[in-house]
Design a protein around this ligand. Structure first.
Ligand SMILES: Nc1nc2c(ncn2[C@@H]2O[C@H](COP(=O)(O)OP(=O)(O)OP(=O)(O)O)[C@@H](O)[C@H]2O)c(=O)[nH]1
Length: 407
């Protein structure tokens, strides 16, 4: 706070001269700086603002300054309203007490500059903790933070302490923090959530916020403390592990677990969109002979080639899965049984005429397939059993063909 400077709002322009004369009478030379909005004054500064000049944006910044609201007619209700919103005081234009109050503020400030408190010890303790820590009062004003927090946001402590979150973060992020703070103060207890945060060097990090409200002796929430933990690497690892559990390591295709999740999603979508949905199950013919001829390694290589060939043939709305040794599913969104069958037959013909190079030898591979249209009233287990039967029918019909389920 710089007490020799007083910031004042537009409606006080003509009135400030009288006040200035009175302050000078009591030995105080004051520099007066006009502002349109509280935001234009630094945090902790002394601001005189006419009630009618206060905008919605100003309200959140009132507690981050020493704000004195000047009203036309003073009443206890009006004064209490502004003090509850974080104003230091509320006076009428003509109130002589304002001078006395200002004088007391000026001398208090001179005193606090020379006083050392237990807070210094607490500061050393929290500075030794490498995780960013901050605490705010009930008006959402930062009342303290540690070195890690300053480094994290790229601002010195005096640009944090006494400031509102609206002073130090862009409005769209400040709105989110403010909302979370309000919820914590209202409910009390603790709060834990994750949010993406942009560091001062521009890099984006995933952070876990652990916050707790603290109360006065009467149990009323008077502030909150927050500790931030970096969880970017942990989350990246979780995402990798999750992807690995949904992927077939040999072919890189989605596996049966991913199928189980995807089919549920697709069936749910179908309920609301009524879009057509079909499933094709295909099994490579005489795969054992490929293993026998080229060894297990040659068989593996063949499965990889088949997988990438299949993927290259699919439409954007189709999704292929390797669900067993040489068995694949293709889930077709937006396709009726007619178009799914058409696509399965064309794939079948196309594969039979595509040469695959295994150990420098060109071979031809075929598959047998079953196709079914999935409908909301057909239970999934029944559908899978029916399409499997269609596949075995294709096998018994001599292989290299497709059978579909009649419904
Ligand atoms: N190389 C390799 N072979 C596999 C893999 N998974 C399953 N197999 C083999 O695939 C073969 C499947 O054989 P079968 O079920 O008898 O069927 P098939 O020879 O394809 O004959 P039909 O399905 O009746 O046309 C077996 O020899 C399995 O060992 C794998 O991941 N790699």
């Amino acid at each position: 706070m710089i007490p020799s400077i007083l910031y004042f709002s537009p409606q006080l322009a003509s009135w400030k001269a009288q006040l200035n004369t009175k302050l000078q009478t009591h030995g105080h030379t004051v520099e007066w700086l006009p502002i349109q909005q509280i935001k234009q004054s630094p945090a902790l500064s002394l601001v005189l603002i006419a009630e009618n000049d206060i905008s919605a944006e100003d309200i959140l910044l009132i507690p981050s300054r020493k704000t004195i609201v000047i009203v036309d007619e003073w009443s206890l209700e009006v004064s209490a309203k502004w003090i509850n919103r974080g104003a230091d005081n509320c006076f009428a234009h003509h109130d002589e007490h304002l001078i006395s109050w200002l004088l007391s503020e000026f001398s208090k400030f001179a005193l606090t500059r020379t006083r050392k408190t237990d807070d210094d010890v607490l500061q050393v303790i929290i500075d030794a903790i490498p995780a960013p820590i901050f605490f705010k009062d009930q008006h959402h004003i930062y009342r303290g933070c540690n070195t890690a927090f300053c480094e994290f946001i790229g601002r010195p402590r005096d640009e944090v302490v006494g400031h509102s979150v609206y002073d130090i973060a862009p409005k769209h992020l400040a709105d989110i923090y403010y909302e979370a703070d309000c919820e914590l103060l209202a409910k009390g207890g603790t709060q834990r959530y994750e949010a993406e945060v942009r560091f001062c060097n521009g890099s984006l990090h995933e952070m876990e916020f652990n916050k707790a409200a603290f109360t006065n002796a009467g149990g009323q929430a008077i502030g909150q403390v927050g500790v931030m933990l970096e969880v970017t690497e942990r989350n990246e690892l979780i995402r990798k592990l999750d992807k690995a559990t949904r992927t077939d390591p040999l072919t890189g295709m989605s596996n049966r677990r991913e199928f189980n999740l995807t089919i549920q999603e697709a069936l749910n979508e179908q309920k609301s969109s009524e879009q057509k949905l079909s499933l094709m199950t295909l099994d490579i013919d005489f795969f054992k002979q490929i293993n026998d001829r080229f060894g297990h390694g040659g068989g593996d290589r063949t499965l990889q080639l088949i997988a990438s060939w299949l993927q290259s043939q699919l439409h954007e709305t189709d999704h292929a899965f390797r669900v067993g040794g040489e068995e694949f599913y293709i889930l077709m969104r937006g396709k009726s049984i007619k178009s799914a069958l058409g696509m399965a037959e064309s794939l079948c013909k196309h594969m039979a005429t595509t040469p695959f190079m295994i150990n420098h030898k060109s071979i031809y591979i075929t598959f047998s397939a079953g196709v079914i249209e999935l409908t909301p009233n057909l239970p999934l287990d029944d559908a899978l059993e029916m399409v499997d039967k269609a596949l075995y029918e294709a096998k018994s019909n001599g292989r290299n063909c497709v059978c579909h389920v009649f419904q």
